[in-house]
Design a protein around this ligand. Structure first.
Ligand SMILES: Nc1ncnc2c1ncn2[C@@H]1O[C@H](COP(=O)(O)OP(=O)(O)OP(=O)(O)O)[C@@H](O)[C@H]1O
Length: 578
């Protein structure tokens, strides 16, 4: 509310004085009182225009142009009434009378916003303003966008939960602190210099793109504060095209990376996120080993980051300018593996591929060859690999001349090679040749601090990749994620988060966004007439194995101790569409 202590408008006030006051105060009307301060009416802008149109001299008193039926409210009017009056009024201004019925001030729409900024005790005492403040605060608390208000000294007076969540701050960390100290990135101080409203360029926090609207709050031509509005959700939700474009771009990037994957190492030690002491030690040992020439064997369950380590080793080795070539020994059919490794000479095969092919060993010359899933290599090929490792030369398929190579081998496996050696499935000499330096990556369930830490890292990374704006994880969902044993390790964690972030609708990941198996729920069975207990158990075992292997049927069959075709039969039997 604007108090009227500093001036008085009566019927005798002249046109010139009225223009001066309206201009100076930037009001829509002037309350006109008698000498005692009792309201006689209001002098509005339309009264002013009337006088000017009739070309009245500037010294003419305003008395004939006063609106006598002026609406006024008493100072103890309940908030709802004030809201009605101000909200519906064209001029958006109300006259406030004190308990004696005398004009106490004006109440404008601007006051609604200003009420929040005012901390002066005198104003706080006023019941109407207090109620107004509470109502406005409630509205702002529930605002979709992040909103922050600062006073004329750049001290934060209000920050709504959406803003606090977005920047990961607590109310007590920001209130009454200087904006630039706690939120330098939104650059609200600019408004205090320019007094101009502006919209920032795209910014990014935790992988979420956002815009800042900086708005000065002016009162009577003076800057009394500033408002910062952070728009982030709408950017992705409303602008569907932008999202689609982002997705297409990410996909293109992903495929491009996949294409490049076999020949360049993209990851370094910084990409291996961990706060687990055991892992940090392992990273240090691996970095040391990287500097040498020895063959390295990386062991660990599926999804623990073996390939990531291999990339980082290559990138910190003397060979980092050479190629990093990946061969997944399990993915290439046995009969093609040899030519994949060693290439073939022109004319070795009939048909389209007559022109010969360069093998992975050739490709990796001067660089690193990463042999993933080495345990899946046949004994014949193991013998050939051993020869290359010993003699550093090989023959192309169908070729007669020896080719010399300088390749460092990093091999990885999640199988028990010692057991395989005992059973004659893996050559002992090759085992010793590969196992010069061995790195054992622990499973995620044994890296206690890492799960929580990786959740934060993944939110940031996936926000960027998926174009989502997830700011956090709701308590129950967080507990469920921490409580799960992650048989598929970081890969599974990443997949679950990707799915949850795609499903999450309210900016936070909720329990309902997580897959059922994570919540320890036993999946429901098809409502079949007479399903036996044995079948029930079998059904559950299959579902568990599939969830553990992320739907990989070959691996699930192995866990269950049945053949792949056997598993397909069971899937058909239980009508499992996976
Ligand atoms: N410490 C980590 N920090 C960040 N991402 C990780 C980490 N460990 C693994 N990942 C991610 O998890 C996924 C699986 O990692 P990677 O392929 O290196 O595992 P792997 O042990 O080689 O798996 P597999 O044995 O199945 O080939 C990748 O997306 C990788 O980026």
């Amino acid at each position: 509310m604007v108090t009227l202590m500093d001036f008085k408008v009566t019927e005798e006030t002249t046109l010139k004085q009225a223009i001066g006051m309206l201009k100076e105060k930037k009001w829509n009307l002037l309350p006109v009182t008698d000498e005692e301060g009792c309201l006689k009416g209001v002098f509005t802008r339309s009264g002013l225009y009337g006088m000017l149109l009739e070309e009245k001299p500037l010294h003419t008193p305003i008395k004939d142009y006063i609106k006598k039926d002026a609406k006024a409210v008493s100072i103890d009017t309940p908030y709802e009434k004030i809201e009605q009056l101000v909200g519906k009024s064209d001029v958006g201004t109300g006259v406030v009378l004190n308990k004696e019925g005398k004009v106490a001030g004006l109440f404008t729409k601007t006051d609604m916003v200003m009420a929040l900024l005012r901390t002066a005790d005198a104003l706080k005492e006023l019941e109407t303003v207090k109620k107004l403040q509470a109502t406005l605060e409630t509205a702002l608390e529930h605002a979709y966008d992040g909103i922050l208000m600062a006073d004329q000294h750049q001290l934060i007076q209000m920050a709504n939960p959406s803003l606090l969540d977005f920047f990961g701050l607590k109310k007590e960390d920001v209130l009454h602190r200087k904006v630039d100290e706690v939120l330098p990135q939104i650059k609200l101080s600019k408004v205090y210099q320019t007094e101009l409203a502006e919209i920032s360029d795209f910014k990014e926090s935790n992988g979420i793109k956002y815009l800042v609207h900086r708005i000065p709050i002016m009162e009577d031509g003076q800057l009394v504060g500033a408002l910062g509005k952070i728009t982030f959700r709408q950017l992705n939700e409303v602008n569907e095209l932008f999202r689609k474009w982002q997705k297409a771009e990410s996909k293109a990037k992903f495929y491009h990376q996949q294409l490049e994957k076999t020949e360049s190492a993209r990851y370094t030690w910084e990409h291996i996120f961990t706060i687990d002491p055991q892992m940090e030690k392992l990273k240090k040992s691996a970095a040391k080993a990287a500097r040498g020439r020895s063959t390295i064997l990386i062991r660990g369950e599926s999804g623990t980051g073996k390939e990531l380590f291999a990339h980082a080793i290559h990138n910190s080795s003397a060979r980092r300018n050479g190629k990093f070539v990946v061969v997944n020994c399990a993915a290439i059919p046995e009969d093609l593996l040899e030519s994949e490794f060693f290439g073939y000479e022109e004319g070795s095969f009939t048909g389209a591929r007559q022109r010969g092919k360069i093998g992975k060993f050739d490709l990796a010359n001067g660089g690193t060859l990463f042999l993933d899933e080495i345990g899946d290599m046949s004994l014949t090929l193991q013998a050939k690999l051993l020869r290359v490792l010993q003699e550093r030369e090989f023959y192309r398929v169908g070729g007669t001349s020896k080719i010399k190579v300088d390749v460092r081998i990093i091999a990885a496996t999640n199988q028990n090679l010692e057991e395989m050696v005992r059973q004659g499935q893996f050559r002992e000499d090759l085992y010793y040749r590969l196992n010069v330096i061995s790195l054992n990556i622990p499973p995620l369930r044994e890296r206690v601090p890492d799960t929580g830490f990786l959740l934060g890292v993944l939110i940031k990374e996936l926000n960027m990749l998926l174009g989502t704006s997830i700011t956090g994880i709701e308590h129950e969902a967080h507990e469920a994620l921490l409580g799960y044993s992650w048989p598929g390790n970081v890969r599974e964690l990443r997949n679950v988060m990707e799915r949850a972030m795609t499903f999450a609708e309210h900016g936070k990941i909720l329990l309902e966004d997580l897959p059922d198996y994570l919540l320890g729920e036993i999946p429901s069975f098809p409502a079949k007439g007479s399903i036996s207990t044995v079948e029930e158990a079998e059904h559950v075992a299959i579902l568990r194995a599939l969830s553990q292997t992320q739907g990989n049927k070959a691996k699930a069959a192995r866990i269950l101790g049945i053949s792949r075709s056997g598993l397909y039969e069971k899937l058909k039997k239980y009508e499992l569409n996976v």
